[in-house]
Ligand binder design. Sequence first.
Ligand SMILES: [Zn+2]
Length: 199
Amino acid sequence: MLALDRGPDIHMIEMGPKKAASVWVFPADRLDTAEPLVGLGIEPFSPEFTPAALARALRGARMRLKAFLVTQRYVVGIGNTYADEILWAARLSPQAMTTALDEDEARRLHHAIPSTLERGIDVHRSWACGASQRGAAGGLPMKEPLEGLAVHRKGGEPCPRCGTLIAVIYYEDRETYYCPVCQAEGRVYADRRRSRLLR
Ligand SMILES: [Zn+2]
């Protein structure tokens, strides 16, 4: 928790098992030059986040879409959960290469990023308000709200759009959930964790 003289206190909680989050405090005049802020991507709620800027980032990235969304080098503020939700909203495969997207697909991604994050912020805001009203210990409960999520952590449940069962890929400690029909032309990708166990 960070208590501020002016304005509300900041409470932060990390839900994932990896505990990689951190909080940094900088003087305002160092925001452009301070590590680790240098090298961060576009803020999706800023005027700089245009279809052209996203298209440029996609062309320059040459990686899979899921990795592109979570790396913070191209677009900031997207974690594992909302990367899955954004790709589902945009009907794009997490395994697709950034350089393979056509104009329409890139536009769908550009629309899905802020709109999905906005919905997520709303859910978390009402969840945090409810928690403080309930007087939860430390102000925040220890469980991430799953309400409002379409695919993330919903493996085996029906896709809210088409009813196909949501599939999951495990890769490098990261779980990726997607709808095989809406996002991958019906393909179910190999579960690398399971294939490793079978070997
Ligand atoms: Zn679907």
